[in-house]
Design a protein around this ligand. Structure first.
Ligand code: SAM
Length: 307
């Protein structure tokens, strides 16, 4: 199936939901925390503390596509309390993990969090998804969603004067690094990356997916809605020879290979050869990896009231 094929699916065809393993999410969590913008987190914390209408009421925070709770674990201790979280995901097993971990977390002043879990699809964008939130957050989500879903989310949040912190959105770029950390790519890497990017744009359940376009589309929608937008590049860097990160690097490489193969099965021989060559380079400590990501913070105009 080509990236554009989802537009030609027979009426009534349902796209199977995109699933993520708890193992993969936990493997990437350290690197996510290391890569994210602490400056944008700090600005979000300042905005929450000073938001209009705050009077000892809990800060309402919604985490869209929360998975096993990585975003919650990063943000809760860095944001002011009291905090009332709603975790949203369609995967009940991941949601249960997030909720369990959340019970042990504390906010920036050491108080427990109030946590509610909502097992549902991210569509429709409605009151059940967003009501009561001052800050709407999501991490590693927006490559999966469509332009129309992203734009309707931003418009719905703007109408509720909610701030947005959307972190670790992939920008579609990845490359190998040599031992000195310099970007290294040949024609096969470029061809595989193009296949991977086409695969990223397949429908993941919310319409033709944005893939690496997500940061640009989101930033434009936020600016159009009148938000003050702050953006930070937050790439993953896995240096050559970092043994602790090798399992993650190998899993990424496997994922790129599998996506490219699904996109172009006729290229199996080339893809197998490329995979074996790059895997050997990673295992020998001769190659590292970089994966482009972006964090976005959108703050409502100063005159806006609370949600
Ligand atoms: C890449 S994971 C990121 C998880 C988490 N935010 C993190 O940073 O570790 C994407 C998450 O979005 C959820 N998700 C994807 N599509 C969804 C949909 N249509 N409705 C609800 N959840 C969805 C997945 O179940 C998964 O937990």
């Amino acid at each position: 199936m080509k990236a554009s094929d989802s537009a030609r699916l027979p009426a009534g065809t349902t796209i199977p939901p995109e699933r993520f393993s708890a193992d993969w999410l936990s493997r990437r969590e350290w690197l996510d925390g290391h890569s994210r913008s602490h400056a944008l987190t700090g600005l979000a914390a300042d905005w929450l503390a000073a938001r209009p209408g705050v009077d000892g009421d809990p800060h309402g925070i919604v985490d869209l596509g929360c998975g096993s709770g990585s975003n919650l674990r990063f943000l809760a201790p860095r944001l002011p309390g009291p905090q009332r979280w709603r975790l949203v995901d369609h995967d009940p097993a991941l949601l249960a993990l997030a909720r369990r971990h959340g019970a042990t977390l504390r906010d920036a002043s050491g108080a427990r969090l109030a946590i509610e879990a909502s097992c549902r699809d991210l569509s429709p964008v409605d009151d059940d998804l967003l009501a009561g939130a001052d800050l709407v957050v999501a991490s590693a989500l927006f490559d999966l969603v469509s332009r129309s879903w992203a734009e309707s989310l931003v418009a719905a949040c703007a109408a509720r004067h909610q701030a947005l912190l959307f972190t670790l959105s992939v920008d579609g770029d990845w490359a190998f690094l040599d031992a000195a950390g310099k970007r290294l790519e040949d024609v096969e890497d470029i061809a595989v990356r193009a296949l991977f990017q086409a695969h990223q744009r397949r429908d993941k359940g919310l319409g033709p997916a944005l893939g690496g376009e997500a940061p640009t589309v989101l930033a434009a929608a936020m600016a159009d809605a009148g938000y003050r937008v702050e953006r930070a590049a937050t790439p993953w860097h896995l240096a050559a020879g970092e043994d602790a990160l090798l399992p993650l690097a190998e899993q990424l490489l496997q994922g790129w290979h599998d996506a490219a193969l699904a996109q172009a099965p006729e290229e199996q021989t080339l893809l197998q050869r490329w995979h074996a060559r790059r895997r050997a380079g990673l295992a020998a400590g001769a190659l590292g990896l970089t994966v482009g990501h972006c964090d976005l913070l959108a703050l409502p105009p100063l005159s806006a009231g609370g949600a």
